[in-house]
Design a protein around this ligand. Structure first.
Ligand code: IMP
Ligand code: MG
Length: 179
């Protein structure tokens, strides 16, 4: 896999240090309250795993799966729900956990979908943000890193389902996807 990576953008150490800070912030913010983390499959899995280990208050974990990209590097703009929640979230504090916000279409759709279930509160925790690519307005309350507009892989992020298991965020070589 390593030969397909142009360079490492964010190391595992940098990611862990940042998630540690986010975990502290979230633990303080929701202290004394219930909390449900909702991970967006599959990209959020490593972030979710590390984040919840750094949250020191009780919390539940649930997942949703949505489709947006297929095997391309550009969003289709169409969001479909492939797996819905196991828990009811009415009157609960919900924190959506996502790998990256790009156009913002996926999170906007999820926000509206989950808000309709009347949670007590709903916020977003996202490891990466590509501000240049934003098409719709999204408020990411707990953000890891702003990143430039490269196609990134690793730490959950994939290209055609590959590279999710890299322990760092890397820039994918253009020759890999521009074939
Ligand atoms: P959005 O709806 O355009 O914000 O897209 C969000 C989704 O696109 C994320 O959950 C990722 O799965 C995917 N995505 C966006 N940028 C990248 C990238 O650089 N590498 C891999 N996946 C990406
Ligand atoms: Mg994704």
């Amino acid at each position: 896999m390593k030969k397909d990576i142009e360079r490492v953008l964010i190391s595992e150490e940098q990611i862990n240090a940042k998630i540690n800070e986010l975990g502290k912030e979230i633990s303080e913010k929701y202290d004394g309250e219930d909390l449900i983390l909702i991970g967006v499959l599959k990209g959020s899995v490593p972030f979710m795993a590390e984040l919840m280990k750094n949250i020191t208050i009780p919390c539940k974990m649930d997942f949703m799966a949505v489709s947006s990209y297929g095997n391309s590097t550009e969003s289709s703009g169409v969001v479909r729900i492939l797996k819905d929640l196991d828990f009811e979230i009415e009157d609960k504090n919900v924190l959506i956990v996502e790998d990256i916000v790009d156009s913002g279409i996926t999170l906007k759709y999820l926000m509206n979908y989950l808000k309709a279930k009347n949670p007590k509160s709903i916020e977003i925790a996202c490891l990466l943000n590509k501000p240049e690519r934003r098409e719709v307005d999204i408020d990411v309350k707990y953000l890891g890193f702003n990143v430039p507009n490269y196609f990134l892989v690793g730490y959950g992020l994939d290209y055609a389902e590959k590279y999710r298991n890299l322990p760092y965020i890397g820039i994918l070589k253009e020759e890999v996807y521009k074939k």
